[in-house]
Design a protein around this ligand. Structure first.
Ligand SMILES: Cc1ncc(COP(=O)(O)O)c(C=O)c1O
Ligand SMILES: N[C@@H](CCOP(=O)(O)O)C(=O)O
Length: 415
């Protein structure tokens, strides 16, 4: 069972109205006394809790730190993350025949992915804890963001990547920002096992999404979607469709909604339906949702062109699965070809994304075809990473180049 109830008494462990609580057994833990990732009693996942939850009236400014009242600290290690666009996508909207489809493009963050929202918080907490080495396992984007924010904080960064399975743009980012890059003979889940063990031995501070502070930053995706949707359409969306890998965003969005409900700023039946999309070759969350299970079964073998979500053991599943259920959402698996088709469709609407991001639109298309989504819905698809993250995939999905001589007549001959 999971205990996701907010509110109640502030425990003695709280510092500045903030504490950690185990979602499995309810144990409370002081936030900044020791480095802790899991419940010391039962090994369950931890989440950040507050003595007070803000409403929309409490927010001011722009970007992630507009939402400081919903975050554990008042400021972060920041390079101006968040405030990403919510695009209309007229061609996709017409193709899927849904009343309103918008795309929240998280690829427009400073390092080109949503991870920056988590790192601006997580790296600041690391500073407060006084750690001297940051680490993560990564399919690419987490490592790029951690390398960048670690550089900004002048702290050593170690990243473990599955050898040969990370897109070129992401490795280049981690390298240029000065991270120590270790290529592991194994998939992402194996990398996470190793780095979690290093963290448990005190060798590094872990900044994957198992870190509860990182997910606080990612909550702001939900707050921005709600505010932008209300401003641009007068309504909150009925549904948010998102790619799922380690299930951090699903967990963070659900926490965002729960906090708004606790603050009295949202009714429970107003929570947008969280709709997760995975690649067919890496779909343990979809399997768990379909089978009504509380936990995922780890997939040892995973494969997909969408390398960012090539993940077989989503660590945040115990937080994310209740979110899918409680919001009336669902989960669906899509093929690599469906992902590439969606990447092309987004590109035709002027939105350049990496393959994993396009999974959201592929999922919407499939669920519409299967009659699981109604035509009168207002839907937001989350696109999580920029096109340039994976230049090889973009080139393969795009058109061919044509060689021409260096004169106008020669060029006109081929047109
Ligand atoms: C581009 C991209 N999209 C989606 C995901 C999946 O997000 P989550 O792990 O929060 O489910 C990731 C990483 O996991 C990613 O890098
Ligand atoms: N896609 C991720 C996988 C790791 O997820 P995390 O959110 O737990 O850090 C990546 O970019 O590495």
């Amino acid at each position: 069972m999971v205990d996701l109830e907010l509110g109640g008494e502030t425990p003695a462990e709280a510092t500045d109205g903030v504490w950690l609580a185990c979602v499995a057994c309810g144990e409370t833990v002081a936030p900044y006394d020791d480095v802790v990732y899991r419940c010391p009693d039962c090994d369950g996942l931890l989440e950040v809790r507050y003595d007070e939850y803000p409403t929309f009236d409490d927010f001011e400014g722009v970007g992630v730190w507009r939402y400081a009242d919903a975050l554990p600290l008042n400021e972060g290690v920041s390079i101006r993350e968040g405030n990403t666009p919510l695009y209309t996508v007229p061609e996709i909207e017409a193709d899927v025949d849904v009343a309103d489809v918008r795309v929240k493009h998280e690829g427009m963050n400073p390092t080109g992915a949503f991870k920056d929202r988590g790192m601006t918080v997580g790296v600041k907490v690391a500073e407060r804890l006084g750690v001297d080495r940051l680490a993560c396992a990564s399919t690419g984007n987490t490592s790029a963001a951690l390398a960048c924010y670690g550089a900004r904080a002048d702290t050593e960064v170690l990243v473990l990547l599955p050898a040969g399975k990370v897109a070129a743009g992401k490795v280049a980012q981690a390298a240029l920002h000065g991270a120590r890059i270790l290529e592991v003979e194994g998939n992402f889940d194996a990398c996470l096992d190793v780095v979690a063990e290093l963290a448990a031995r005190g060798e590094a501070y872990l900044l994957n999404s198992i870190n509860p502070f990182r997910l606080e930053g990612q909550k702001t995706i939900g707050l921005e979607i709600l505010e932008q949707s209300k401003r641009e359409t007068g309504e909150w969306p009925d549904r948010i469709v998102l790619p799922v890998g380690n299930a951090g965003n699903t967990a963070a969005l659900y926490k965002c909604f729960r906090e708004l409900v606790e603050a009295g700023a949202m009714a429970e039946d107003e929570m947008p339906a969280l709709t997760g999309v995975q690649a067919e070759g890496a779909a343990p969350m979809v399997e768990a949702v379909r089978e009504g299970r509380e936990e995922v079964r780890r997939w040892e073998e995973v494969e997909t062109r969408a390398t960012a979500i090539r993940i077989g053991n989503p660590v945040n599943a115990p937080k994310a699965l209740p979110g899918v259920r409680a919001t009336g959402g669902t989960a669906v698996a899509v093929s690599d070809d469906e992902i590439t088709d969606a990447q092309r469709a987004l590109a035709r609407d002027g939105v350049g994304v990496e393959p994993a991001s396009a999974a959201s639109v592929a999922g919407l298309t499939k669920l519409r075809r299967e009659g699981e989504i109604d035509d009168d819905e207002q839907v937001v698809c989350l696109t999580t990473g920029h096109l340039l993250k994976d230049p090889d995939a973009a080139a393969a999905a795009g058109g061919d180049t044509t060689p021409v001589p260096a004169d106008a007549d020669g060029v006109l001959d081929v047109l």
